[in-house]
Design a protein around this ligand. Structure first.
Ligand SMILES: [Zn+2]
Length: 68
């Protein structure tokens, strides 16, 4: 399985089981799709989503399409 890398198009699973969830993605009405900008600490990545930049763990990210 390919690992997350800079430049990948990724998706985070949206919260469908929580009503009025206040998380970053729900409160911003994001589509959960983003672009990996750079590595962050602790196996995390900076990802630019439609509603702005956010830090995600690599295990939270599903790769839609990658560079290599
Ligand atoms: Zn949420």
């Amino acid at each position: 399985m390919k690992e997350v890398d800079v430049g990948d198009l990724v998706r985070v699973p949206l919260c469908t089981d929580v009503i009025d969830c206040g998380c970053f993605f729900c409160s911003g009405d994001s589509n959960g799709i983003g672009f990996v900008l750079s590595p962050a600490e602790l196996n995390m990545w900076y990802v630019m989503f439609d509603i702005g930049e956010w830090k995600c763990y690599d295990h939270e990210l599903e790769i839609i399409s990658g560079n290599a």
